[in-house]
Ligand binder design. Structure first.
Ligand code: G
Ligand code: G
Ligand code: NA
Ligand code: MN
Length: 256
């Protein structure tokens, strides 16, 4: 079992790595961005997926120092690839933030330091939050999001449609992108409800002037459906699984 002690030790021994999953424009298939996804290089278990340790990291509060490392490493890597000419200054680096990190008073300072130390432009950083963040949308979250937006950082609402959010939050919170959860994408275009829900989310994004990305795109039929219905961006195994840094470098080099 994965225990808090070993998680703490993993942080101290730098046993975490980031993988990167490409996000593409559906029209023309240009690279839009990379989503950073953390893995744990466990001495016995090998590469451990975040689903196995992020919940524990959240419960124990270790998500805060782990999240700081993720932010610093993602920014550092992105600036390195930019300087090597492997991607443009418009390509986004997308980093997942858990709700607990939003309660961290130092979050803004941590992000600013990651940008300053890496030399990455704030406009190239996007934070992904889930709808659970909006449950706390009262006092802390809105000002926190507004400060991030004021720095030029983008904020995506992840796994959209699966949480307990009210649509009124979309009006009040300064998001820049909706990510359509992959549970709505997996049975496109056969499932009539998923078709209706996906079209509705795309229309909602458009009318609120938000960018929109479909997650979990695995087939050409899903891609074609999304493209025809005006979804701008996609991410999924059809394009690429999440890649280790060295693999991602090769992917970027081949992309041109
Ligand atoms: O890579 P994988 O599909 O196993 O990721 C599962 C989930 O783990 C992702 O959907 C994401 O929400 C979460 N996750 C991955 N990396 C991070 C991270 O760096 N920070 C946080 N808070 N969550 C992450
Ligand atoms: O939304 P979140 O950040 O939690 O999801 C990212 C996770 O989804 C990653 O762990 C990644 O491995 C997984 N993922 C990415 N693309 C696909 C896909 O096309 N199909 C499936 N089933 N999972 C995917
Ligand atoms: Na995400
Ligand atoms: Mn997601």
């Amino acid at each position: 079992v994965l225990l808090e002690g070993s998680l703490r030790q993993a942080l101290a021994t730098h046993a975490f790595v980031l993988h990167y999953q490409p996000q593409l424009e559906l029209n023309g298939e240009r690279l839009h961005g990379l989503e950073a996804l953390v893995r744990w290089q466990h001495p016995e278990l090998g590469l451990v997926a975040p689903g196995k340790f992020i919940p524990l990291a959240e419960e124990s509060g270790l998500i805060v120092p782990l999240g700081r490392w993720v932010l610093a490493e993602a920014c550092r890597q992105m600036a390195e690839w930019r300087d090597a000419g492997l991607l443009s200054a418009e390509t986004m680096m997308c980093v997942n933030l858990s709700t607990k990190q939003f309660a961290d008073q130092e979050l803004l300072g941590v992000i600013q330091r990651s940008l300053r130390e890496s030399g990455l432009d704030a406009g190239q950083l996007e934070l992904e939050v889930t709808e659970s963040v909006m449950m706390r949308a009262s006092d802390q979250v809105i000002p926190q999001l507004e400060r991030l937006r004021a720095l030029g950082i983008k904020v995506a609402l992840d796994d959209f449609g699966t949480g307990y959010s009210s649509l009124s939050y979309l009006k009040r919170l300064p998001f820049t992108k909706l990510k359509i959860d992959r549970s709505f994408v997996s049975e496109l275009p056969e499932d009539a409800s998923d078709v209706a829900i996906t079209k509705a989310i795309i229309a909602l994004a458009e009318s609120l002037s938000l960018d929109v990305l479909a997650e979990g795109v695995e087939t050409a039929r899903q891609r074609d459906f999304l493209r025809v219905h005006g979804c701008r961006l996609a991410q999924g195994f059809l394009y690429s699984r999440p890649l280790a840094a060295v693999e991602c470098e090769r992917y970027l080099a081949a992309f041109g």
